[in-house]
Design a protein around this ligand. Structure first.
Ligand code: WTA
Length: 652
């Protein structure tokens, strides 16, 4: 394990500005003061079961639980014996009540087409689509892959699965056919739900085409349902492929929500770990729903009339928790936009904020840095006065981007919630409550009620203030992952055995004198490119897969917009010559194997890779080279000093 970059520590140490919650904001907030937050946190700390049981009264249960929590390290269960349905909580109870005609989803396609689905509309659609799934023979516990553009049907498909107890695995539309096939096979999915394509920067992403290639390699998949989004010609394989609209035309609207066990598996979401094989993070029903609904209410200080927009794609956990499950469980209005932020122009996001009068806007630092670079004229052309709260997620936000977001987008009046969490945590764990906690640019501030976070050394000993260490969570929380799908051993190994008896986040962090957390990024071999997690190993395996490549080492390097860029060091098999063409070919190859999000920024050919005597690639050195830093670290274990010099020469 490498140590967190020291440079990060010094850069954030300089940040001393604080922004207290505006008085009028605090006055109307759910949690109005630091004292109130502290009392709530202490109460949850002293009696977690009592605290979460109280919160769980906000959900609708078919049968109340018998026991709040069971901990059999590292396996957690929450609300044992309870019967509940996520779809019922997110749709039916609002559609059957006063929110019947309230917009659940305000959707805009990239070409400019729009749709509004009220809770009543959503209710009709999910019941019909749940019947479609049943008619195709799906049963509770079966797995279904969803590979769709960001259209309302993606949410309908997720909710319909949840309604009948089918476990969904949503795969981001930017992943390649190989990635889809790997995930289908790992989950043993019986069905894929997709679309002909989706719009991105004026072009159609050929989703069905990718699925066709994936299904050649996915023996467990029996059926494929295709939504017609773009009127693209697609091949429909008889007996396997079915049109969404044809099935829906005859589907019944009667479909009661299944009374599922609290621990019924809700979804699998694949994420990158420090080995090449993606991990299927498993989330279950009641605890997850409770976690995302509470945190959505607290952190975004939800009000009934809010228009809430989380810009994440549905293929990431942020889209699951804060575009779909959290907001809908709370009966909120959630905005979805299909396409790119610069299509047709660089003010598309701000045009959407203006048009729908968005109150809360939640995006990633990589997007904020891009906006900053595009210039102030784009947001300034638009009326952003509806905004009252801003959020960020996905990677540390640099104070400069934070200040720009605060001033130019928030007009200096909107608090910023910098939310730290992970696919595995299911819900936000560290973030300011905007009416209660003063913010500091670059800090995710303090753990939410019910969350016991700490900074420790490798033995698990708490470290004093201002000392960088490993971020761990000491106590289980309701929305935590339950395991890695099909691999309990890996779950233990990855999260519970590295530091004894605590959840290991693989992030480095420090805490300042006020107890604020400053996250410094990953300490394992995971890259964070534009807020998306990618394992260096996955990119390396893709490279080595190419017939001309002998060996590859992949490291992150600083990137102004994406946070981290991908640098690849490649040795070629004998008889191949390093050329610019080959570089391009390899870049294309990785994009094809994994998806465009993994496209390398840089390929460097080298005769050999620097290794320790035991044969481990010295990534620390490669990171220094890739980022143009002087190598200051210890090189005494380096097998061949000359390699380092050669790599440097190439740079010059
Ligand atoms: C990073 C995204 C700093 C972190 C919800 C974490 C952050 C990984 C923040 C999880 C933040 C996320 N400040 N770093 N506010 N939020 N991260 O699974 O390294 O895609 O471990 O979940 O992103 O990424 P994931």
């Amino acid at each position: 394990m490498s140590s967190p970059a020291a440079a990060n520590i010094t850069s954030v140490l300089k940040e001393t500005r604080t922004f207290p919650p505006p008085a009028d904001f605090a006055a109307k907030a759910h949690i109005k003061s630091q004292a109130e937050y502290e009392a709530m946190w202490q109460r949850a700390h002293d009696d977690p079961e009592g605290f979460w049981a109280e919160q769980a009264a906000s959900l609708s249960w078919f049968k109340k639980w018998d026991k709040v929590h069971e901990w059999n390290e590292p396996f957690a269960k929450w609300f044992l014996g309870g019967k509940i349905n996520v779809c019922y909580n997110c749709v039916d109870r609002h559609a059957e009540g006063a929110r019947r005609n309230k917009p659940a989803i305000l959707w805009e396609g990239e070409p400019g087409d729009t749709r509004v689905l009220t809770y009543a509309d959503l209710h009709r659609e999910v019941r019909k689509f749940a019947n479609v799934l049943k008619d195709q023979g799906l049963k509770p516990g079966d797995r279904v892959t969803i590979y769709m553009p960001l259209i309302p049907e993606a949410a309908v498909a997720m909710l319909a699965c949840a309604r009948i107890g089918v476990t969904h695995s949503v795969i981001f539309g930017g992943f390649s056919d190989t990635a889809v096939a790997d995930r289908n096979n790992d989950a043993q999915a019986r069905m894929v739900i997709t679309a002909d394509g989706g719009w991105r920067r004026g072009k159609v992403v050929p989703l069905k085409h990718n699925v066709d290639a994936a299904l050649d390699k996915s023996p467990t998949v029996e059926k494929c349902i295709v939504f017609n989004r773009c009127n693209q010609p697609v091949a429909m394989k008889a007996g396997r492929d079915l049109w969404w609209h044809e099935l829906m035309a005859t589907a019944s609207e009667q479909c009661p929500a299944a009374e599922l066990d609290s621990e019924h598996p809700l979804y699998i979401l694949y994420t990158s770990g420090s080995t090449g094989k993606p991990k299927g993070v498993l989330h279950t029903t009641a605890g997850y729903l409770l976690g995302v609904s509470c945190t959505h209410r607290w952190v975004f200080d939800l009000r009934e009339e809010d228009v809430f927009w989380c810009t994440a794609d549905i293929g990431w956990v942020t889209g699951h928790s804060y575009s779909v499950y959290g907001p809908l469980c709370n009966g909120a209005t959630t905005v979805m936009y299909e396409g790119a932020p610069d299509t047709p122009q660089k003010d598309r996001f701000w045009a959407i904020v203006e048009k729908y009068k968005v109150n809360t806007f939640y995006t990633a630092p990589t997007a904020i840095r891009a906006f900053l670079k595009w210039g102030n004229e784009w947001p300034q052309k638009r009326d952003l006065s509806s905004l009252r709260l801003l959020g960020t997620v996905g990677e540390p936000i640099n104070p400069e981007a934070w200040m720009w977001y605060h001033e130019v987008i928030g007009g200096g009046r909107c608090p910023i919630v910098d939310t730290w969490w992970q696919t595995e945590t299911g819900m936000i764990l560290i973030a300011p409550l905007p009416g209660a906690i003063a913010t500091k640019p670059g800090s995710a501030t303090r753990p939410l009620p019910g969350v016991v976070a700490d900074i420790v050394d490798k033995q698990g000993r708490s470290l004093p203030a201002n000392q960088g260490g490993l971020l761990v969570i000491r106590k289980p929380w309701p929305a935590m992952l339950r395991t890695i799908f099909g691999d309990d051993e890996r779950f233990k190994q990855q999260y519970w055995l590295q530091v004894p008896h605590v959840y290991f986040t693989a992030d480095g962090s420090r805490r300042d004198d006020d107890g604020y957390f400053w996250i410094m990024g990953r300490v394992d071999d995971v890259l964070n490119v534009a807020g998306h997690r990618l394992s260096t190993m996955e990119v390396e395996s893709a490279l080595v897969h190419h017939p001309k490549v002998a060996e590859a080492a992949v490291v992150g390097k600083p990137d102004e917009i994406k946070g981290e860029g991908i640098a690849c060091f490649v040795t070629l098999r004998a008889g191949n010559t390093p050329t610019e063409e080959l570089k391009k070919e390899l870049i294309q190859h990785v994009a094809k194997e994994i998806g465009a999000l993994a496209r390398p920024d840089e390929i460097r050919f080298t005769e050999a890779l620097p290794k320790t005597r035991s044969g481990k690639i010295m990534r620390r050195l490669l990171r220094d080279i890739a980022s143009g830093r002087q190598t200051t670290g210890d090189t005494t274990t380096l097998e061949d000093y000359s390699i380092l010099a050669k790599l440097r020469e190439e740079e010059e």
